[in-house]
Design a protein. Sequence first.
Length: 179
Amino acid sequence: MNSPSTVQLKRDCAVVRIPAGTTDTLTSGTEVHITQTLGGTYTVQAPGGLFRIVAQDADALGLEVVAQPAAVVTGPVNEQLIWETLRTCFDPEIPVNIVDLGLVYDMQMSPAKSGGSRVDVKMTLTAPGCGMGPAIAGDAQVKLLNLEGVEDATVEVVWDPPWHHSMITPAGKQVLGLE
């Protein structure tokens, strides 16, 4: 769902303030405007700004909590599965996944000690002052760790090279209307 709607929160709800990345609580009865629902999270506008709500709190919005699939592709863990999983992660202010937005600079897969796989990702953000980096990187890490066969995953936020809109893929540019 990407069409905006306005609802009243059914219960108190933990949120992450955008773009600061700080945690807060919106109280039951607060009117919120849902601006984006991608990658299993909700971006809402409420008094005080923009906030991110995780999928597990969809009931606070009056929506059904739906278990998120671990990945779009099934089967043994491989590079394609890793990239498809990263494509389920979104910046809460931009309706383009982090891969097509050009934020993922590097992904390395290697054997882990116990026989599974280790995944190391280097990514950046659209702006160095964005406090959402830990939330976005954490979302990617959790999704990677939920893949069968991935024993360890790290997602590091880096700043070199600085992100530029020219790094957006053609698919990302199409979503943003830049082509």
